[in-house]
Design a protein around this ligand. Structure first.
Ligand code: HEC
Length: 108
């Protein structure tokens, strides 16, 4: 009986830890993934995502606007060959991660 209770409480402990782990970093993980994917944006857009020359600022852009812009490039509704090619490479999870990352950056 004592052994059983020990096993049961140990299992509950692990289950709780897993639930906590899964509840917390979902958004943080997205952002980290977005930062990783952003490696190919920063050659044109600054690492800070701020405006430079003909490259518009994307730092601090609300996620919903960011997604809408990227999707309209991917669907070729917005005309810019470079961004059409860039946006077309990502699936919606990747775009969401990029959106979360750039939205988290401070605009000027
Ligand atoms: C080769 C250069 C280049 C690369 C690489 C690039 N961009 Fe761009 N991006 C541009 C240019 C130029 C524009 C302006 C296009 C236009 O006039 O529509 C732009 C526009 C945008 C816009 C629209 C901004 C606005 O307010 O209109 C978003 C969002 C964006 N880029 C996100 C990204 C992301 C995310 C990446 C990386 C995955 C990326 N870009 C990679 C050059 C680049």
């Amino acid at each position: 009986m004592a052994v059983r209770r020990f096993i049961a409480s140990g299992f509950m402990g692990i289950a709780c830890q897993m639930a906590g782990f899964m509840a917390l970093p979902a958004h943080a993980a997205d952002k980290a993934f977005g930062e990783y994917l952003a490696g190919e944006c920063v050659t044109c857009h600054l690492p800070s995502g701020r405006q430079v020359g003909g490259i518009p600022a994307i730092a601090g852009m609300p996620e919903i606007s960011f997604m809408a812009l990227m999707e309209s490039y991917a669907r070729r509704e917005r005309d810019n060959q470079v961004m059409q090619a860039v946006a077309g490479k990502f699936n919606s999870d990747e775009l969401a991660a990029l959106a979360a990352y750039f939205a988290s950056l401070k605009p000027e």
